[in-house]
Write a protein that binds this ligand. Structure first.
Ligand code: URA
Length: 242
C-alpha cells in the first residue's frame, strides 16, 4: 500500500499532513529515508519508522465498550451523541462501527470494529450468537415466565422468539434476572417481558458470543480486544481470523 495511506490510516494526520511529514525526511522504510508519498510498502514485511519509532500497522480494530446510557449505537445521529463520538481520535481513524445495537437507555457490552467479516458472522441469525443480559424488572418474575421464555414468547408484532434462557436472581415487586438470547430483534428483551406483562426498568448486556464485559470498564470506557479475544470471537462463529 502507499506510504501516505498507511501513515494516514495509522493516525499520523490527513494525507496532506502526512505528505509534509514525508517531505521533512523523518520517515524511513527498512532504515532508508522515504520522501515520496507514492512509495509502496508492505507493512507486513517492511519496517516503517517515523522519527525512529516503529509504526505498528493494523488493518482492523476491535473495541470492547461498556456503553453508557444516553448514547446511540450508531456512527452518526442527527440529535444525539453516538458511541463513536466518545472514541479517541487514534481509534476513530479506523472508522469502527457498532456490532448490533443497544438501546439508548441500555448499558453494557458493545463491540465496535471495522472488521466487516466478523461483524457479519456475529450478526448472522444462522450463527445464533448468545447475548447475556442483566435486567431489573418491574413486577414479580415467576417460574412460569422461565418456562414461557424457554418455549419462546410471541412479541407484539406476532413474531415468536427462539428459546430464551431466563434465570431469576431475585423475585419480588422488583425482580432481578439474567437472560440469554440468541437473536437480536428490535427491543427484544423489553418486548419479551412485555409479552408476559412486565416492564424492564434497567438493562445491561453482560456478554456477547461468550466474551464477558471487562469488569474494569466503567460506563463510557472501552479498550481494545487482545489477540486471544479476537481469535475466540472468530472461533465462536466457526471462522478463522486472518
Ligand atoms: N433488548 C432490548 O430490549 N434492548 C437492548 O438494548 C438490547 C436487547
Amino acid at each position: 500500500m502507499r506510504i501516505d495511506k498507511l501513515l494516514a490510516n495509522m493516525g499520523y494526520g490527513t494525507r496532506k499532513e502526512v505528505k509534509k511529514i514525508l517531505k521533512s525526511g523523518v520517515v524511513r522504510v527498512d532504515a532508508q529515508p522515504v520522501k515520496d508519498a507514492k512509495t509502496h510498502v508492505d507493512p507486513e514485511k517492511q519496517e516503517v519508522t517515523v522519527y525512529g519509532e516503529t509504526v505498528e500497522y493494523k488493518e482492523f480494530i476491535y473495541l470492547m465498550m461498556n456503553k453508557p446510557q444516553g448514547l446511540i449505537s450508531a456512527t452518526e445521529d442527527q440529535n444525539d451523541m453516538t458511541v463513536v463520538d466518545i472514541l479517541q481520535p487514534e481509534d476513530a481513524v479506523f472508522e469502527p462501527f457498532p456490532v448490533g445495537r443497544l438501546d439508548k437507555d441500555t448499558e453494557g457490552f458493545l463491540l465496535l470494529t471495522n472488521d466487516g467479516k466478523l461483524t457479519h458472522q456475529l450478526l448472522s441469525p444462522k450463527k445464533e450468537v448468545g447475548k447475556r443480559y442483566y435486567a431489573l424488572i418491574d413486577g414479580v418474575v415467576t417460574e412460569e415466565d422461565v418456562k414461557a421464555f424457554e418455549r419462546g414468547v410471541t412479541l407484539d408484532d406476532g413474531y415468536k422468539t427462539k428459546p430464551g434462557d431466563l434465570t431469576i436472581l431475585q423475585s419480588g415487586e422488583e425482580s432481578e434476572i439474567e437472560l440469554v438470547i440468541t437473536e437480536g430483534k428490535f427491543h427484544q428483551v423489553k418486548r419479551m417481558f412485555e409479552s408476559v406483562e412486565k416492564k424492564v426498568t434497567y438493562l445491561k448486556r453482560l456478554s456477547m458470543a461468550g466474551l464477558e464485559l471487562d469488569e474494569d470498564l466503567e460506563p463510557g470506557e472501552y479498550r481494545e480486544l487482545n489477540d486471544e479475544e479476537i481469535e475466540f470471537l472468530y472461533q465462536q462463529t466457526g471462522q478463522k481470523s486472518e
